[in-house]
Design a protein around this ligand. Sequence first.
Ligand SMILES: [Zn+2]
Length: 219
Amino acid sequence: MNSQDGEADQRASLIETCLRMNAEGLNQGTSGNVSVRHGNGMLITPSGVPYTSMRPDMIVPMSLDGDWSGDMKPSSEWRMHLDIYRTRAEAEAVVHVHSTYATALSCLRRSIPAFHYMVGVAGGADIRCADYATFGTAELSEAMIEALDGRRACLLANHGQIAFGTSVERAYGLAVEVETLARQYAAACSLGEPVLIDGAEMQRILELFKTYGIQKPRS
Ligand SMILES: [Zn+2]
């Protein structure tokens, strides 16, 4: 595969993921955005284009300095994507959505604690909620990077969630897991006070996740 074929595939996979996240109910409207690492920068979905009319040539290439080329403006939330690629070498793709339950918890500014062992899928004993800052700002990006320390996903206060992975498919899969966990946690909280898994047990679970290869990219 030459690099041009690779880029065409990457552009197509971003559009496919946008369509999928709305079809599967993870996102509504055009609030979600998806990117993939590309060369010394990234490819990201454009600002304000309905996914059903998005074409591969509308995907915006950006450098890690924040410059972009082409006629389309990148998603207004490009900064969070870029800062993940800048600071997390393992990140190959990023998915950001305003999924309903993750967003609902983020409005309570509540992290998802170890109420279920699958919380470990994001890399640690909880899924943190980043401090509030205005969308699109460097302040929000900074708060997000802090909340992502040792994790591959976090909630964003009064906003939604963001997840990354070693491929678009994996980043998307993690965003789905975060939304599922948020929904389950909300349901558990509606019945009473969930009993949390203790720290030692969560450490054991995180080790098991590594052993079972959940975090390893497919070869
Ligand atoms: Zn957003």
